[in-house]
Design a binder for this molecule. Sequence first.
Ligand SMILES: Nc1nc2c(ncn2[C@@H]2O[C@H](COP(=O)(O)OP(=O)(O)OP(=O)(O)O)[C@@H](O)[C@H]2O)c(=O)[nH]1
Length: 328
Amino acid sequence: MSGRSGSGGQGGQGLGLPSVPDGYRSGFACLVGRPNAGKSTLTNALVGQKVAITSSRPQTTRHTVRGIIHRPEAQLVLVDTPGLHRPRTLLGQRLNDLVLATLAEVDVVGFCLPADQPVGPGDRWVASQLEPLAASAGRGTPLVALVTKTDLVRPDRLARHLLEVSELLPWADVVPVSAVGDDQVDVVERVLLGHLPEGPPMYPEGELTDEPEAVMVAELVREAALEGVRDELPHSLAVVVEEMAPRPTSDGGVRDDGMLDVHVQLFVERDSQKGIVIGKGGSRLRAVGTQARAGIEALLGVPVFLDLRVKVAKDWQRDPRKLARLGF
Ligand SMILES: Nc1nc2c(ncn2[C@@H]2O[C@H](COP(=O)(O)OP(=O)(O)OP(=O)(O)O)[C@@H](O)[C@H]2O)c(=O)[nH]1
């Protein structure tokens, strides 16, 4: 992604888009915040379709997934990043570098702070990372503080929280929102759109994300594999789609129903984790396959044969060559 000359191409002409009204705005926004702050859920609520995975476990968003909001007067390309957090491993460091590089290029940053958690050292750390970006008055990246999950707290607690947030980020707009309760999502949208510069749309109408299908398929498998697992698996699970190909008919032709064979590798760090993913007699892996397949079929619109394999790649988080092989 490169700011104004985004990957969709500059201007509508090249895309065969109709001319746009005067004053049309377009640009990029990015949501940051500590793990589990509600970034993916808010992205989905804004875009109106499931494009980023959500999970009740922290740090499940590995890839920069973009959602695109199309409105008659504006287009907003949302970049959903992994949570910005204090790096502990090489992977953590790379994720942070990715986040900071992304933030320098977008038109507005939304900092998500969950209303049900007190403002803590993690938030202060993220704020300190953001301050230099917003600091250069007039030229810095505008920052909007999004107080998320407001449905989880009472009004008096919310009021105190909003005050704390505006003390932490005196230069930012503060907007309370509940993505789950669909409360104030429209206000978030208006505030974010208001920070975009004038310019033609960067993506054709109807496009919701430019994330390659294979990455979204991998995310669906990852989401299913993490479901209900209590230990540290989120940090230790990488998913790679090895192959997606049309299933041939017995005479080598193409099936009418467009069925796809999808081969996916799940990488864990230790044998014990492999056992967790596979479950007794393979029962858990079968359930993961059933859930992921339903999501993949809904995404791709064709029947899918899903083949899942689990492998141990020891300490992949700390090994640069393994990280590269796994797409980081
Ligand atoms: N009650 C309530 N729960 C929410 C809301 N938004 C998110 N959640 C829940 O909070 C958890 C984390 O939400 P995510 O959207 O995955 O958070 P995230 O910031 O993308 O998390 P990472 O990918 O770990 O960085 C999930 O269980 C969501 O269902 C909300 O508005 N209200």
